[in-house]
Write a new protein. Structure first.
Length: 202
């Protein structure tokens, strides 16, 4: 049985079915991780590479690959929930926090996660670059919500699902892109997999 592992997730080569995921293992306490909050739908844990003294990853229990898998108002609602959970997990540190996503292919783990970063003004130089919002590689949660809310959800049978896989072009056309000299990149295509473990499209 041929398998391929990339960005913390192992897939069956033939079908794209997810058979293992680092973040799913952390959620299920099968992998080391510092969980600070969890409920029936979300798990929040500390990142191993914090940008500030308090930097959390907010993850849905449902395995969703990344922001490119989100669609329309349903996706926007999920992002709002992720932010709400992030605020709850940060507690008193929520005021002034930064909530953002990295945009594929410049992501580290193929399980959707929101960065909830307390005291973002205390980030060092490299962290500031890595989490610079309004760039083709990092977008605020508010920007993602705004993009998704403008879309019309298409049927699951559509050959071109309404996602945000062309976010670089949209950001560029808005004039907000950070021209940092980073070469253009190609977006990863969505992988559709079946039960019992499925990558959801929201």
């Amino acid at each position: 049985m041929d398998k391929v592992t990339k960005k913390g997730v192992t897939y069956l080569s033939a079908t794209g079915e997810v058979i293992d995921c680092l973040f799913c293992r952390i959620q299920n306490r099968q992998e080391a991780g510092t969980i600070v909050y969890e409920d029936n739908n979300f798990v929040v844990f500390k990142t191993i590479q914090p940008a500030t003294n308090l930097h959390l990853l907010v993850t849905p229990r449902t395995h969703i690959k990344n922001v490119n898998s989100l669609k329309g108002n349903h996706g926007a609602d999920l992002v709002r929930q992720l932010v709400d959970v992030g605020r709850k997990a940060l507690g008193e540190s929520a005021d002034g926090a930064q909530y953002c996503f990295h945009i594929p292919p410049l992501t580290s783990i193929d399980h959707l996660h929101l960065h909830a970063i307390a005291s973002p003004t205390s980030m060092g130089f490299w962290a500031t670059q890595k989490y610079r919002q309004n760039t083709f590689f990092c977008q605020s949660a508010d920007a993602i919500i705004n993009l998704l809310s403008k879309q019309k959800c298409e049927s699951a049978s559509s050959e071109s699902p309404a996602g945000i896989s062309d976010i670089k072009n949209r950001v560029a056309s808005s004039g907000d892109i950070n021209h940092s000299g980073v070469p253009p990149t190609q977006e990863l295509s969505l992988i559709h997999i079946s039960e019992p473990t499925r990558q959801a499209e929201i």
